[in-house]
Design a protein around this ligand. Structure first.
Ligand code: SF4
Ligand code: ZN
Length: 326
């Protein structure tokens, strides 16, 4: 590695193996902000005057996203609000919510927090008691509740768009997992230009072109107090294997993740759905749904049946590649 930064001549700190750039700490951090700004422009993610809800769980990715968007917000003219979901995981969630609140406060941002308990009448700990007997992963089940909860937080905060911290690794992993599940139609929904009508508020992923390891490094250099332990329910064997495989490939062939990312974007644009599923109002909660009763209400009912002691019918895992990385 050259001993000086290729941008400013300062002391070298990081070599971006896929591009050969050598960067000092300051130029590395600046490059993450610039890259994120480029992704936002390329896909028209955010515009001047937008009220942007940033989904912040308190992990490294979401805290970094909040800080990076904050650095861009003044010149780009958008207003940020931090959105946090408290799933109710005792001994784990409290710490990450503290970190999210700390950063929102430091950046003088509004912070909207919604909890499963308040929205659904139970927390994740009790909901997952039931789950053990089901053929559905914790994250798939939790993800159904989470997506609705983030929308709810966004609606309360009156945001125009919600930014999530999915990075390039998440994007490629999801692409590969959809292939492995034979879920080709879902690949089209990865197209960054498609507007997923399942969500009442538009979703964007400003970190989707940044490697996970670079987001982690940014968080570390920014001295963000993120939680380093994972959610105790996070158990996604296939995703972990895909992650390890991709990391091995990248170590042997620097830039391979970028190549896969570009392929995934091209393939998803070819499979991009022309229109979303026809939506009706859920007969229970009134929210838009592709069937008579939405997945949240169906899942809620099963959890409630269990907590009353009876066992409901099997639930089809509608989103096997979901995981929250916020
Ligand atoms: Fe829910 Fe999975 Fe996130 Fe845990 S890791 S909060 S189970 S989506
Ligand atoms: Zn419903």
């Amino acid at each position: 590695m050259s001993s000086v930064c290729s941008k400013c001549g300062g002391p070298a700190f990081y070599t971006r193996r896929y591009s050969g750039e050598v960067l000092c700490q300051g130029c590395f951090r600046a490059s993450i902000v610039e890259k994120t700004g480029r992704t936002i422009r390329r896909y028209g993610m955010l515009g001047r005057g937008d009220r942007v809800g940033v989904a912040v769980s308190g992990g490294k990715d979401s805290l970094s996203l909040l800080e990076v968007l904050w650095s861009l917000s003044e010149t780009k003219g958008y207003k940020l609000v931090a959105l946090t979901v408290d799933e109710g995981v005792k001994g784990y969630r409290e710490e990450s919510i503290r970190h999210a609140a700390w950063l929102a406060d430091r950046l003088h941002l509004e912070h909207e927090v919604v909890s499963y308990n308040e929205l659904y009448g139970f927390d994740l700990d009790s909901a997952l008691d039931w789950k053990d007997a089901r053929d559905i992963s914790s994250c798939s089940m939790c993800g159904i509740f989470r997506r609705r909860a983030i929308d709810e937080a966004g609606q309360r905060a009156r945001v125009d768009v919600i930014a999530t911290a999915h990075n390039l690794d998440d994007f490629v992993q999801t692409f590969m997992m959809n292939l492995m599940h034979g879920d080709v139609s879902r690949i089209g929904w990865l197209d960054p230009l498609v507007v997923d009508t399942d969500f009442p508020i538009r979703r964007v992923k400003p970190f989707m072109e940044i490697y996970e390891e670079e987001v982690a490094l940014y968080a570390h250099l920014s001295e963000l107090p993120f939680q380093s332990t994972n959610c105790p329910y996070m158990h996604e064997a296939l995703r972990s294997e895909v992650r390890d495989y991709l990391n091995e490939l990248e170590a042997k062939h620097p830039g391979m993740k970028n190549v896969l990312f570009n392929s995934a974007v091209q393939v998803s644009s070819k499979l991009s759905p022309l229109e979303g599923p026809k939506l009706v109002s859920c007969s229970k909660c009134g929210k838009p749904s592709s069937s008579g009763v939405c997945s949240v209400c169906r899942m809620k009912e099963l959890v409630q049946q269990h907590t009353k002691g009876s066992v409901g019918p099997a639930f089809h895992d509608a989103n096997p590649a979901s995981r929250h990385t916020l």
